[in-house]
Design a protein around this ligand. Sequence first.
Ligand SMILES: Nc1nc2c(ncn2[C@@H]2O[C@H](COP(=O)(O)OP(=O)(O)OP(=O)(O)O)[C@@H](O)[C@H]2O)c(=O)[nH]1
Ligand SMILES: [Mg+2]
Length: 377
Amino acid sequence: MAKPTDEWFGQAFGKAWKDKAEEIGRFNLAIFGKTGVGKSTLVNAIFGSEIAKTGIGEPVTRAEHLYLHQSGTLGVLDTRGLEVGRDNATLIAELRDYLHGMRRKPLADQLHVAWYCVRAGDRRFEATEADFVRALHDLGLPVILVLTQVPRARGRVHPDAEALAASIAALDLPIQDGLIHYTMALADDFTAQTAYGLQEVLDATFRGAPDGVAHAITAAQRIDFDRKRERAEVAIKAATGAATTAGASPIPFSDAAILVPVQIGMMASIAVTYGISLERSTAASIAATAAATTAGRSLVTNLIKFVPGAGTAVAAPISATVAGTFTYAMGHAWMRVCERLARGELGPVGGVLDSDAVKRVFLEEFKSQAGRRKLSS
Ligand SMILES: Nc1nc2c(ncn2[C@@H]2O[C@H](COP(=O)(O)OP(=O)(O)OP(=O)(O)O)[C@@H](O)[C@H]2O)c(=O)[nH]1
Ligand SMILES: [Mg+2]
């Protein structure tokens, strides 16, 4: 069998990545509030800056003032040139039209949730804003109400913000869980404000959105790594099971790829869940697997030593347990790589990938996971 090249692997991984991204689909968020209250800042804090970089977004067909930004697993619908409160009728009419046009489209094209933002410092919430929130609800959108830029001191939010929240709560609006969320999306060193409240907004978003887009939200957001880990564990478990089942047939460990399609699919799924771009995750996956393949037979032999039952007979057919353990360790090692990538720790996001660091992190975690599973089995 020919030695698999990086090119072959990159193509296989890339295809798997695209398939996974397609399967996970897209979460579409609509964001409203008066000009400058901090809508973009909030979206960026929770979902990363990719969306902001895409600029003004694509104008929505047949709607003059709606713009859709799409990037991978996230879509954000924004408005231009209209002010909530002043132009409610036009805005709602355009939205209704848009939602109507989407009705027969797949879930990934629908709007799923709306955030309505009010800046705490404005100290007011107008009757027309309340009308707008009710209208959103009537259009079938779950509305999450967010107070933005809420100062906090000594563990307490600003009393004016509390007063504002109380006055909004008194309106008994149809909002998600009846909750008004206090947030600070960006830290401010000068006034010693730290960012907070983002996880609560994200949790509410999960509760409001249909189950079918939960994976897309998990992939798109960048603050809740527990949720990413949970999804990744599911992919690892499935792949480990499949590899164990397939373990009776020999996995070509010597010259051919260590990675069978099951493992490529698993790695692609984890990469998408962590929001690692196609280009970056392909490069990282080549580096990671290079650590296990092209680094040479001796390295592979050493790796296999960490897998119970494998011995050093690298080219020999391996048992179901070994195939499972290998896949399990590989999944966890790759998950660690993806988490570090998502945090910008293996070369800055958008910058040059540190391949050596990827290899190091991968191998270290692989060995530790294979050893751990050995102990527990
Ligand atoms: N320190 C701090 N500044 C914030 C926060 N949120 C917004 N800002 C600042 O407020 C300004 C406006 O924020 P944007 O996020 O652009 O507001 P927007 O609602 O998207 O504005 P438009 O798109 O123009 O309607 C920017 O200078 C932000 O840096 C926050 O949580 N903390
Ligand atoms: Mg904005």
